[in-house]
Write a protein that binds this ligand. Sequence first.
Ligand code: ADP
Ligand code: MG
Ligand code: ZN
Length: 471
Amino acid sequence: MKYRLVSGLETHVELATATKIFCGCTTAFGGSPNTHCCPVCTGQPGALPVLNKKVVEYAIRAGLATHCTINTTTHLDRKNYCYPDLPKAYQISQFDKPLCEHGYVELESGKRIGITRIHIEEDAGKLVHESGFTYVDYNRGGVPLIEIVSEPDISSPEEAKEYVEKLQLIMRYIGVSDCKMQEGSMRCDVNISVMPEGATEFGTRTEIKNMNSISYIEKAMAYEYERQIEVIEGGGKIVQATLRYDEHTGETSVMRTKEDAQDYRYFPEPDILTVVIPESKVEEIKNSLPELPTDKLHRYIDELKINPATAKLLYKYKRVCDFAERAFALGAGVKNTVNLIVGTLYSKLETEEDKEKFVLPVSADEMAALVKLVDDGKINITLAQKTLSAMAEEGKPVSAYIKPEDIAGMDDGELESICRQAVEANAGAVADFKAGKEKAIFALYGFVKKATQGKADIKKADEIIKKLILG
Ligand code: ADP
Ligand code: MG
Ligand code: ZN
């Protein structure tokens, strides 16, 4: 029998606010254990939380960017559980009235993965297991999170990957999180079930907790899909359970089953007032959103006519796009700009993170100045690549490499005289060309390029040469 895979993801995203959700402590990653803490975020008795406005704003940004409706009257709830990473024995979260609901993320295929809800909550501390002891570091306690819950609309590991990547991209574009999975600022709980092709009811699901790598998510889903089918085909039943994924064996194992599932006894948080957000604030946030990744990708392909493969290499990195778009605005041609970025600048930015940060000592102005020289046929692309490479390494302007007199000197008279020399020096190639071998003309281009150190406009040279040969 064939089985369909059904999956919904719960994604935790750490918000990039400077301070924690209910106190003024820093959210900076790392730091010596228990140095980014105070009585509020370590849950001391009597300490009172004060909701960070920025957290609400960032969560609304995330909601609007994923097409959610915003609940402008909302509140927080206590989720009770007892574990050493949470000294006050409850997490402040949202239960029945999440800040954002009913959105979606669109995949390249046009398929929409529904977003059930996005709510705000606080992160817990971190347990560190070392040489037989367990330590607890509360630096992360109270760091603001949004939890993005998807509908069970994901049907394959590939779709899960694309969904997570899209979410990552959206959150980075709108500036609410860096979404670094390896640092834990984005992590996913992956819910999976299978159902026979044609069935109308979902199967029982399992949930793999706390995945912090996209490739592990894909592998774990593929493994769990096969495992569930095997159980069902063997006459067994899937037991609803929380699983952990072992990245070394590539297998899942049970952490807890439904029998010992927790009852969190949610109730409204009494220390924080109902949150009322003016409609005008939502409107203001909506207006401040940048162009979103999918819209940008489509605009690059459809309007700017960038080829899809190149457009995909660009749109993933917001800073690169900002740089390219500034150069366009300064009059640089799209084609030469993007080719120089992807061909030359990317070779200086090896990792994803390098491209993400995009720190190179080349300004958009200088980039535009260089590209315009290529656009106008004053220099060829090879010289432009060499120049840009040097600019990116040395931080000097175009004028340090290409002097105005170099380009200005190449007037029509001079180019014609060089073309004449090319014709004289390549009698064989000229004869071949006249005999119909079109490619023979490349030998003459080569001569002109060499004689002008790449500064000749080859299109112009081509015209002159043909006139000289064919009369
Ligand atoms: P909780 O984990 O808090 O009990 P929910 O019932 O809200 O939560 O579901 C959590 C996630 O599980 C959601 O992303 C949802 O899409 C997904 N999900 C629900 N039912 C199934 C199912 N049968 N198969 C796969 N995923 C499911
Ligand atoms: Mg869950
Ligand atoms: Zn604190």
